[in-house]
Design a protein. Structure first.
Length: 495
């Protein structure tokens, strides 16, 4: 084998949120040169791969055009053959009806080194998340996992399945649900047997329906359950071991347009409340060339440094570090932040904001600075090139002001149009910048009517307003927490 040959990691990505992947799987993902991924892989996992890593979608879904298994295996062989470390992200566990065995055999035959990283199978994870254990003392001493294709083999298969003790778990079977139920009943299974259909994990339309086996298909159709879904048949399906007290945003879906940092922070504040944020149009931060003389801030003259975003704070301190500037040399500078989140990010770097307006808007920040800064004292705006010109013009009328763009945002790479249907059926559509609104309109052409639009601040809301039939919600605080509080308040009123 050539020394340039790479390797493949067959990683089970778990079911649902990104943090259900194993630590080993995440670590290998962070080291890869290419990611080959399935349907329903959490976007946060794709973001965990190095920025330069190739991202190759090769999902397989019923009713959709998908790559043949042979093509997927060949792609893995070719990528590793070119010396790349390939993360093959598979939903659930690679070897539980994930066709990971076929990919492993193809890699073996080609002499490609590979490593299997087990994952949480949907056969146990999806029922568990709905409060259904596949085993339970006194009810089920074991469980059997089959696919709908296995159950379609004929009367002999149903005769065998109906006689099995314990819990039956059917994967990829929603389109055959009525036939599965009828086949089991005809083979002797009681129509009163507890059963359930669960669509969860990263499914676009999460739902849990419990009913006796004889009524399950009708109940699932009435509830509008959509694939992918897991079917559970057995006594444990009647259990509901989820918390009796539902979280305030339980089951709510929020489509998020923004940078990876904002999407991660929204995930951190929304998921503990039961919401399910997912990323769309992940805009990329691109740092810009900067001719500003950073030693200007170090001459002991009183000056103001103004920061209007957490991204701006991070870029500002990165540039200082690149210039080898000791923070103690900025002792004469005073710092202003547009809101609590930006001020908190500033504090993470060891500096407390001298000014943070009570209303976290560009207009309020401009007014607060005009009142606080003596005429003639220099002000430096370190921010995005896409920032509103209002702040600069208002300050320039009052004192010497420089607008220094440190970064810009660019539209995401790749085709995201397949997400539009999922966005339409979401509860909320979150925008974190006016540029995100532009990216969305350029990609999809219009704002869908289904979800309630939520904007991080008034500038974003102004960019969106003329494209919405109903006024968007606007966070009072320009931060992920502000967006969370806005959704919570709206949900409380419109339950």
């Amino acid at each position: 084998m050539s020394q340039s040959t790479g390797c493949v990691y067959l990683i089970g990505a778990g079911c649902g949120q990104a943090d259900l992947i194993t630590l080993r799987g995440l670590e290998l993902l962070r080291q890869c040169d290419a990611v080959v991924y399935d349907d329903l892989i959490a976007d946060e996992l794709l973001q965990a791969a190095p920025p330069q890593a190739r991202r190759i979608y090769m999902g397989k879904r019923l009713g959709r055009h998908s790559a043949p298994q042979e093509e997927i295996s060949q792609t893995l062989v070719e990528l590793a053959g070119h010396g790349l470390r390939v993360a093959r992200l598979k939903g659930g566990d690679p070897f539980v009806f994930g066709r990971g065995g076929e990919e492993a055999l193809a890699l073996q035959a080609a002499g490609i080194p590979f490593q299997v990283v087990p994952g949480i199978s949907s056969s146990i994870a999806i029922p568990a998340l709905a409060g259904i254990p596949v085993t339970h003392r006194g009810l089920s001493r074991g469980f059997h996992v089959v696919t709908a294709h296995t159950a379609q083999g004929g009367r002999d298969d149903f005769d065998r399945l109906a006689k099995l003790e314990g819990t039956l778990v059917f994967l990829m079977g929603l389109s055959h649900l009525r036939g599965i139920a009828q086949g089991l009943i005809a083979a002797g299974k009681s129509p009163q047997t507890p059963a359930a259909v669960v669509s969860g994990g990263c499914a676009p339309h999460p739902a849990t329906v419990r009913a006796p086996l004889g009524q399950l298909a009708a109940a699932a159709e009435q509830a509008g359950v959509q694939p992918p879904a897991v079917i559970v048949v057995g006594e444990t399906a009647a259990l509901d071991l989820t918390s009796a007290a539902k979280r305030p945003l339980e089951g709510i879906q929020a489509a998020v347009v923004g940078t990876p940092v904002l999407q991660q922070r929204l995930h951190q504040v929304l998921t503990p409340l039961g919401a399910r944020p997912f990323a769309v149009l992940t805009s990329q931060l691109e740092e810009l060339p900067c001719s500003f003389d950073w030693n200007t801030l170090c001459d002991g003259t009183p000056r103001w440094v103004v920061l209007t975003s957490q991204n701006g704070v991070d870029c500002f301190f990165r540039r200082l570090n690149e210039q080898h500037i000791d923070l103690r040399r900025l002792h004469a500078c005073r710092f202003a932040a547009i809101g609590k989140a930006t001020a908190a990010s500033l504090a993470d770097h060891g500096i407390q904001a001298d000014l943070c307006p009570p209303v976290h808007t560009t207009h309020a920040l401009a007014q607060a600075l005009v009142e606080a800064v003596p005429q003639g004292e220099p002000v430096y705006l370190f921010r995005s090139a896409l920032g509103s010109p209002e702040l600069y013009h208002r300050l320039a009328e009052h004192t010497y002001t420089e607008d220094i763009p440190l970064y810009t945002l660019r539209a995401p790479d790749g085709d995201c149009t397949s997400l539009f249907s999922q966005i339409q059926q979401s509860d909320y559509l979150v925008f974190s910048s006016a540029s995100g609104v532009s990216f969305f309109l350029d990609t999809f052409g219009s704002i869908p009517e289904g979800p309630v639009c939520v904007c991080i601040g008034p500038v974003t809301a102004q960019a969106l307003a003329s494209h919405c039939k109903t006024p968007p919600l606007t966070a009072q605080d320009i931060s992920a927490s502000g967006i969370r509080d806005t959704i919570l308040a709206h949900r409380t009123v419109h339950k």
